[in-house]
Design a protein around this ligand. Structure first.
Ligand SMILES: Cc1cc2nc3c(=O)[nH]c(=O)nc-3n(C[C@H](O)[C@H](O)[C@H](O)COP(=O)(O)OP(=O)(O)OC[C@H]3O[C@@H](n4cnc5c(N)ncnc54)[C@H](O)[C@@H]3O)c2cc1C
Length: 416
């Protein structure tokens, strides 16, 4: 069924009794051409683009929980392409262009909202760094505007401009950045992949990888063995666990990232804003809640819940930037497992094991990458060569030294 104003009208007249499930709850077949492990945004997008761009539809997505139960349904929905380094900029801009046409492509309302992402600066040095970043973006064809304090004040008048510990001097704005309803991305890709013949297999945990003579031949799962010619790992925070099944260690640490939503209030803030003096960012959801977050928890963990020190830290940053926010109540908070790479940039590459491909290292910025990640991973799997905008995301860069250290903090994942 194609979603349209006409189908909505027809269903309304029929009492909404004819809607079909958005995707089939498939049982695993004994064998596939490609198995994508992980039914998050990246896995589902990969399966969709394998079918739509490369004509490979004998594909299954194997998900241990339900679709959207991982980070794709836990993130704070921010999309942007305001990167500085050449390895990153073309990739994230490719993602932004795919976001701009996504809803038509997959015939699903993902609520793509280009409301602008504003990064605040609080010192001359930070302003100069943002000017450099903005210039690099513009040279690469990405939109960027450097704003002074009064221009920022006109957009968000209620922040603490002068009397805070870190007075706001201005901001770097990417107007095409914004937010996208995260779980709609998972549902939309799942539906679009299913329509092209991909099996979405939920509640099926991969427990082992079958490897013969240096080549992967299938997986062991909680629902029995499945064979495949190619296996693509897109399990985000669980990447190290999956590659350990193949005897591989990754340059990745898993950490928890927490997020928060306040009670609903009238429209207050119509952009995404990041606080440049601490790790804090905020936007407002369509239901009215302020959605905000901050830093990762400092210790390694596979738990999907965080700890009190980071909660305190996030609230302190919120109060420093926006004192009025202290009058709101926090409604919910949650955590997700981040696959923090050593240089803060992702990996889209084949592994030393034939037929085994890896998509990982997204840190806390993988949601915005979802369409390009799926696009480039599908390209790699189908053609066995990296997509031109993802050539820098190689696994061996940590051995060769060609790291993409966007933040310039070295091999310290808890600082990326
Ligand atoms: C609180 C929070 C805020 C964030 N905010 C942003 C943001 O604003 N912008 C942004 O760009 N990014 C953000 N991120 C990061 C982003 O969500 C992730 O980088 C991205 O979602 C990871 O890719 P994914 O969607 O494929 O991951 P996931 O949705 O986690 O998918 C991986 C899937 O693999 C499955 N899996 C794991 N092990 C197995 C197994 N053995 N067998 C089968 N399946 C398995 C998991 O169940 C999971 O569903 C945030 C993350 C969090 C937690």
């Amino acid at each position: 069924m194609r979603y349209s104003a006409f189908s909505l009208l027809a269903q309304t007249l029929a009492g909404h009794k004819g809607w079909k499930p958005a995707w089939r709850d498939a049982a695993p077949k004994p064998e596939y051409d490609v198995l994508v492990i992980g039914g998050g945004g990246h896995g589902l997008a990969t399966a969709y683009y394998l079918a739509s761009q490369h004509g490979i539809s004998n594909v299954a997505v194997i998900e241990k929980g339900y679709i959207g139960s991982g980070n794709v349904g836990r993130n704070t929905t921010i999309i942007r392409s305001n990167y500085l380094l050449p390895g990153n900029t073309p990739f994230y801009e490719h993602a932004m262009k795919l976001w701009e046409g996504l809803e038509q492509d997959i015939n699903y309302n993902a609520m793509v909202s280009q409301r602008g992402v504003l990064n605040l600066y609080h010192s001359d040095a930070q302003r100069d760094a943002y000017a450099r970043r903005g210039n690099a973006m513009r040279l690469a064809g990405v939109d960027a505007e450097l704003l002074d304090r009064e221009q920022v004040r006109a957009m968000v008048p209620f922040f603490n401009y002068e009397t805070g510990r870190f007075p706001i001097q201005g901001g770097l704005l990417q107007r095409r950045g914004g937010s996208v309803r995260h779980d709609a991305v998972a549902w939309g890709y799942a539906r679009a992949a299913d329509r092209r013949g991909v099996d979405i297999v939920q509640n099926c945990e991969v427990t082992g990888l079958a490897i013969e003579n240096g080549r992967v031949t299938g997986v062991e799962t909680s629902r029995g063995p499945i064979k495949a010619k190619k296996i693509a790992l897109a399990v985000a925070g669980n990447s190290s666990r999956l590659t350990a099944m193949a005897g591989m260690r990754l340059p990745i640490e898993s950490h928890v990232l927490q997020a928060f939503v306040s009670e609903g209030v009238k429209p207050l803030i119509d952009n995404v804003v990041t606080y440049g003096a601490g790790h804090f960012y905020v936007s407002q959801s369509d239901k009215g809640g302020l959605v905000f977050g901050g830093d990762i928890d400092g210790y390694n963990s596979y738990a999907q819940r965080g700890n009190l020190p980071v909660i305190e830290d996030v609230m302190e940053s919120a109060m420093a930037l926006w004192p009025g926010v202290g009058r709101l109540r926090v409604l919910r908070h949650w955590g997700g497992i981040m696959d923090m790479s050593m240089d803060g940039s992702p990996i889209i590459d084949h592994t030393p094991i034939d037929g085994l491909y890896l998509n990982a290292g997204w840190c806390y910025g993988g949601f915005k990458a979802t369409p390009a990640s799926g696009w480039c991973f599908a390209h790699l799997i189908a053609r066995d060569e990296p997509h031109p905008v993802a050539t820098a995301f190689r696994l061996d860069r940590f051995a060769t030294g060609r790291v993409i250290d966007e933040k310039g903090v070295g091999a310290q994942p808890n600082l990326h």
